[in-house]
Every structure is written in C-alpha cells, then in structure tokens.
Design a protein around this ligand. Structure first.
Ligand SMILES: CC(C)(COP(=O)(O)OP(=O)(O)OC[C@H]1O[C@@H](n2cnc3c(N)ncnc32)[C@H](O)[C@@H]1OP(=O)(O)O)[C@@H](O)C(=O)NCCC(=O)NCCS
Length: 148
C-alpha cells in the first residue's frame, strides 16, 4: 500500500477536498466536506486534514488537537474516504494516522468518535482500532471511546 499520511487543508487543496465524496448510499452517514470545512472554521479545538495515499488525496478528517472543552475528550468530528478509494485499507491507515497525531498531545486520555447507528462499516473500523461503545448517544449517534 502507498504510504498514508495527513496534510492540513490549506487554500491550495481546499477545492479538491470539497470534491471528495462517499458513495451515494453513504450520504446520510457523513456531512459534506464543504460543511465540515465550514464547521472547522467555527470550532476552536479541531482542524481539517486531507488523507493522502502516496500522491493521491483519498479522504478527509476533522479532529481535535486540543481537549474539547465540554468533556475533555479529543473528538474525531468527521472522517471519510472517497468512494473511489474505499475498501483498500485507507480508512484504517488514515484513522491510525489521526490517532497517532492526537496521542502526541500530553492531555490526550480519551479519543471519542460517533456514528449513526446503521453505519456498520464505521462501527467495525472503529472497534478494530480499539474503540469501545460507551452506550451513550449524542444527537442520535452512537458514541465510542478509545482510552489512551
Ligand atoms: C467507513 C469508511 C471510512 C471505511 O473506509 P475504507 O477505506 O473503506 O476502510 P478500510 O478498507 O480501511 O477497512 C477498514 C475496516 O472498515 C470496516 N469496513 C470497511 N468497509 C466495510 C463494509 N463495507 N462493511 C463492513 N465493514 C467494513 C472493516 O472492519 C475493515 O476492516 P477489515 O478489512 O479488517 O475487516 C468508509 O466506508 C467511508 O468513508 N464511509 C462513508 C463516510 C463514513 O461513514 N464515515 C464515518 C462517519 S462516522
């Protein structure tokens, strides 16, 4: 597999990032990247990154690099792999890169993520990397935590 790494979303790659899309049947699982970039501009603790595999932009992640003030957790707010690149291990490698980055922060003790209940692929991906269901729902989404 090509090396998978994160790049901050800067103006020169912003449009390409907006054009990444999940499959049509996954549209209800994740907001558009345009919406996520708008949210990123409003939130103080989270930052947007493009996920690359070699030279190609394959996905997008928006995540906390500081504790979220309300619960002290490091949230992964948005995560997606473009429909043309799914099923090749990039989700797992991209999410692992996100976790590595968050764990660099000394205050990172809980990483938190959520998904709509019927998103079974996300559930398997997250549990495969050590997340556990908390039993909590926030805005109708199932919450999973990773203890660092
Ligand atoms: C969920 C998503 C990120 C997975 O990305 P991916 O690149 O296809 O995932 P990978 O190829 O790295 O697979 C990693 C794991 O995900 C799970 N997975 C991926 N596709 C799956 C599917 N169709 N059905 C069930 N599990 C699946 C598996 O556990 C897999 O691990 P395994 O191969 O060891 O079983 C991708 O499907 C996606 O972007 N979906 C739309 C957006 C979304 O739902 N984001 C999450 C919002 S909370």
């Amino acid at each position: 597999m090509d090396p998978v790494y994160l790049k901050p979303v800067t103006d020169d790659i912003r449009q390409q990032c907006i054009e990444l899309r999940p499959r049509d049947d996954q549209l209800s699982f994740v907001a558009s990247n345009l919406n996520s970039l708008q949210k990123a501009a409003e939130e103080k603790t989270c930052y947007p990154y493009a996920i690359y595999a070699g030279d190609f932009m394959v996905g997008f992640a928006l995540f906390d690099e500081e504790p979220y003030p309300e619960d002290g957790c490091f949230w992964i707010v948005r995560f997606m792999i473009d429909r043309n690149y799914q099923g090749r291990g990039y989700g797992k490698a991209g999410l692992s890169a996100v976790l590595r980055k968050q764990k660099e922060h000394p205050a990172c003790s809980v990483i938190r993520i959520s998904h709509v209940p019927d998103n079974t692929a996300a559930n398997r991906l997250y549990k495969g990397l050590g997340f556990k269901e908390t039993g909590q729902f926030i805005n109708g989404e199932l919450v999973l935590d990773l203890e660092v």
